[in-house]
Design a binder for this molecule. Structure first.
Ligand code: NDP
Ligand code: MG
Length: 386
């Protein structure tokens, strides 16, 4: 059997490393065409050596220049402009796991170079789904979502049409502050916010889990991927992160999807689809199943969820606005420039800025329009709060 050609965008991140672990157990069946990082060249070079990767991209200029002349037998690039040189023909699988809107351009540019793309970068799906889905169709590229909830929903839809979906509940752990009284939210530190109770993830998505903005993103993601209206999607708190989604169909059945709290399960299945999992699997956890303890989210503690009521069903640049405002505020929080509680306060005051409301009715035509809006938002917020 010929080797599967694969590429991992963001191989040094939490999702990227999980995938590297998975293919490391089956090295002989893979040819790694490309690995990428922003600045973590130490980890990247270890991965390159171990997986014998042919090409790498290091986007951080300083790190790129530092290692450019030191490595041999591997082609090194500084950006995603030369994918035509890297991919001579379509590869079998690309994982898009760069974080933030910065992952959009690499994701878009990769679609034509692969037979299948697994997209973890939720920002791409949220902000540019109309553009990505066109590109997927045009290039006959198969798409599988990686986010555990969306992978779970995707897995039950294999032989069922989306139009049969009556309702979907997406579960949320509630993050590290679910039990913390609101009066103590002003004392929250960065180190507390990035400590997720169930998942080990990158810093940005961990803060989004703490504010529950991650669930807002996931509702928009599900609405786009499965072509639903917002009223079919609901959030439920389930502290254990064992149940990922409940899909209710109009023919009377509902599917509940559970899996161990490991991103390796969805990642593995986007890669192999029909193979026995190559890691350790636990037995079905009947104790957790007996006490799912499903609850409604507390909107006083997690006010960002309220934004879902304001997003039009028709796709627009408003989604980019939401992602960009949030991303900028999370960066400011991680840099200790604003408080945790200020994230939601500044979020709503910015979103309601009259200059921005027009984006509710503007549909993006290309990814440059999305990136341009992100830059405008970033500049505006940073000029006020730095
Ligand atoms: P991490 O922060 O752990 O990793 C991000 C990866 O992208 C790293 O390789 C990083 O390089 C690279 N990167 C960051 N910024 C840039 C940039 N400007 N240009 C090029 N590369 C860049 O993130 P996660 O793995 O946690 O998440 C990745 C994506 O998957 C996100 O969109 C997230 O929302 C989504 N996701 C993650 C889940 C999880 O469990 N972690 C679950 C569901 C979705 P470097 O190492 O140098 O920083
Ligand atoms: Mg998720």
């Amino acid at each position: 059997m010929s080797k599967k050609k694969i590429a991992i965008l963001g191989s040094t991140g939490s999702i990227g490393k999980d995938l590297v672990d998975i293919i490391s157990k089956d090295k002989k069946n893979f040819e790694v065409v490309l690995l990428t990082t922003n600045q973590n060249t130490k980890t990247l070079l270890k991965q390159v050596k171990y997986l014998k990767a042919k090409n790498i991209i290091v986007t951080n200029k300083k790190e790129y220049l530092l290692i450019k002349n030191k490595i041999k037998k591997v082609n090194i690039f500084n950006n995603f402009n030369q994918l035509d040189k890297i991919f001579k023909s379509k590869v079998d699988y690309i994982m898009s796991a760069i974080s933030g809107i910065d992952g959009l351009e690499p994701t878009f540019r990769s679609i034509k170079h692969t037979k299948k793309i697994a997209i973890a970068n939720k920002e791409s799906i949220i902000c540019a789904w109309n553009i990505l889905s066109k590109e997927l169709k045009k290039n006959k590229t198969k798409f599988i979502p990686v986010d555990s909830e969306h992978f779970s929903i995707w897995s039950v839809l294999k032989n069922i049409h989306n139009k049969n979906i009556e309702q979907i509940f997406i579960t949320a752990s509630g993050g590290p502050f679910y039990k913390l009284p609101l009066s103590k939210f002003s004392q929250i530190k960065v180190k507390d916010a990035i400590k997720h109770p169930n998942w080990s993830m990158g810093k940005k998505i961990s803060v989004d889990s703490a504010t529950m903005m991650n669930k807002v993103f996931e509702v928009i993601e599900a609405k786009n991927i499965f072509n639903l209206s917002f009223n079919k999607l609901k959030i439920l708190i389930h502290r254990d992160s064992y149940l990922h989604a409940i899909v209710k169909f109009d023919f009377g059945l509902s599917h509940l999807v559970v899996h161990d709290t490991s991103m390796k399960i969805p990642i593995f299945n986007t890669l192999y689809e029909d193979k026995k999992f190559n890691g350790k699997l636990k037995n079905i956890n009947l104790k957790k199943l007996s006490y799912l303890n499903l609850e409604q989210p507390n909107l006083k503690k997690f006010p960002l969820i309220n934004i879902l009521k304001k997003i039009p069903n028709k796709f627009s640049l408003y989604e980019t606005l939401i992602v960009s405002v949030n991303d900028t505020l999370v960066d400011l929080f991680l840099d200790k420039k604003i408080q945790f509680k200020s994230i939601s306060k500044i979020f709503f005051s910015t979103i309601n800025d009259k200059d921005f409301l027009k984006y509710k009715s503007i549909i993006p035509n290309n990814i440059n329009e999305i990136i341009k809006l992100k830059n405008i938002v970033q500049k505006k917020i940073k000029s006020r709060y730095i």
